[in-house]
Design a binder for this molecule. Structure first.
Ligand code: SUG
Length: 444
């Protein structure tokens, strides 16, 4: 049996803007109120998918959500037609409208945690949408994400969909951004690492002091239980609280794994050395650990460049490529580290630079934009095929973005009801391109 890792990228929506909405996310805070360019953002996302596709890595798309979220604004008491709801919210509470207009579903690493069939007790693929309870603008993604995943992974014989964890304080869950799976071959059982920021139910346990720890141990344990992962192949690790305070709001900002390679910063976890040893002891294959020392890449440089938010992917040659954000080139220290890595590492033989600056300015790098789904060949045949990315789809989506997206957006534009109309016209056409039927409520 063979299996593939498919990257499902969240497409950037037409309302992409800088709302300064994410606490502990330094880029989001820094760029609050800067004008955004949704068209450039969406095209950067598509070019990243094209790069992966050209490298021979299976790629798929997840369409954006309908924003501003008129249904949410209505639930909060704004009345009238859809246009009136947007106008009233903008007048009474621009902050609320901003949260309801975020295009944050583009960061698909936070959409869900996925367990490949090789790792689960019942031999099925398990999916648990993240509840994203730490931030309101992200929590409102959850119903549409759940619906979309059920639409794409529809076959009940193959896919098991769990409900998101209860959106209560002890169960903050941010999905695959805090989860890594290591293995020798994708089709073989792997070792799963769940990373959390704090214990919710144990008082006195260490945690960050400045920024929120979004993922709890209790949430990670629940997801692992739901997915039926064997304890012998399961590890939990706590993020270094100081790293969260330095801007590492998700574990994928400081560590990335693929197959038998785990690339992480020495300050990623509380006792990173022990975490590496535990992963080694739980893996029945030779695990290659690349622990990056602070003296080579200080944590501030890791956060500024998003070195670890790279995508580590396997090429058909058997070697791996690291897809790094362009910001890595802006840092002399990080760039020289990467040159040395590429020359000396037995697995990572190639570094590719990708410009996703529009997303980066909201704290989302290459790895944030994708949800990894390991699928056996026959499981891949059972997904909704039209979301799979190829040259033809790239052409269609690139043209679609060019026709529908604005090239400049400021907070004051969110209140303009024509933005809602333009966005819906775009999404309506997109469901045709992706053969998704009436995916959005406004289409009913
Ligand atoms: O949740 N930014 C996102 C970025 C998510 C990155 N994902 C991963 N690391 N996997 C977040 O912090 C900013 C939106 C704004 O400010 O407009 C935002 O939500």
């Amino acid at each position: 049996m063979s299996a593939h890792e498919v990257n499902f990228d969240g497409m950037v929506g037409p309302t992409h803007n800088y709302g300064g909405l994410a606490r502990g996310n330094l880029a989001s805070q820094r760029n609050v109120h800067a004008p955004s360019n949704p068209r450039a953002a969406a095209k950067q996302g598509l070019r990243k998918m094209k790069l992966l596709h050209d490298l021979g890595v299976p790629q798929a798309v997840l369409p954006p959500q309908d924003r501003p979220a008129v249904d949410v604004l209505r639930a909060l008491g704004f009345e009238g037609t859809d246009h009136e709801v947007v106008r009233r919210a903008g007048k009474e509470s621009p902050a609320l409208l901003s949260a309801c207009a975020s295009a944050s579903s583009m960061w698909a690493a936070n959409a869900a945690t996925i367990c490949p069939s090789a790792d689960s007790r019942d031999g099925k693929v398990h999916l648990t949408p993240a509840n994203l309870r730490s931030h309101f603008h992200r929590q409102i993604e959850v119903p549409a994400t759940s619906r979309l995943l059920r639409r794409i992974f529809a076959d009940p014989e193959t896919f098991v969909h769990h409900a998101p964890l209860p959106p209560a304080e002890p169960f903050g869950d941010e999905g695959a951004a805090n989860h890594s799976r290591l293995c020798l071959e994708y089709a073989e059982p792997g070792t799963q690492l769940f990373v959390y920021g704090r214990h919710a139910l144990r008082s006195g346990a260490p945690g960050p002091s400045r920024h929120p720890a979004r993922q709890t141990l209790e949430a990670s344990q629940a997801v692992a239980r739901l997915h039926g992962v064997s304890n012998t192949r399961l590890a939990f690790a706590q993020q270094q609280p100081a790293a969260i305070d330095a801007g590492v709001f998700h574990s994928d900002v400081i560590a990335v794994g693929n197959k038998n390679v785990f690339f992480f910063h020495e300050d990623a976890f509380i006792d990173s050395g022990r975490v590496g040893e535990e992963l080694r002891s739980k893996s029945d294959f030779d695990l290659h650990l690349i622990e990056v020392a602070s003296k080579d890449v200080p944590i501030e440089d890791a956060v500024a460049s998003y070195l670890f938010n790279s995508q580590l992917v396997s090429l058909s040659s058997g070697q791996m490529a690291l897809i790094v954000p362009a910001e890595c080139q802006d840092s002399a220290r990080v760039w020289s580290y990467l040159q040395a890595l590429q020359e000396s590492d037995p697995f990572i033989r190639r570094v590719e630079v990708i410009d996703v600056r529009q997303s980066m300015e909201n704290g989302g790098g290459p790895a944030c934009l994708r949800l990894r789904v390991v699928l056996a060949t026959e499981e891949l045949e059972r997904i909704h095929g039209p979301v799979l990315f190829d040259e033809d789809l790239f052409g269609k989506l690139d043209d679609w973005v060019g026709r529908h997206y604005r090239d400049r957006l400021e907070e004051s534009d969110l209140v303009d009801p024509s933005l809602l109309d333009e966005s819906r016209a775009a999404l309506d056409e997109l469901t045709g391109i992706l053969a998704l039927g009436a995916l959005y409520d406004f289409q009913h």
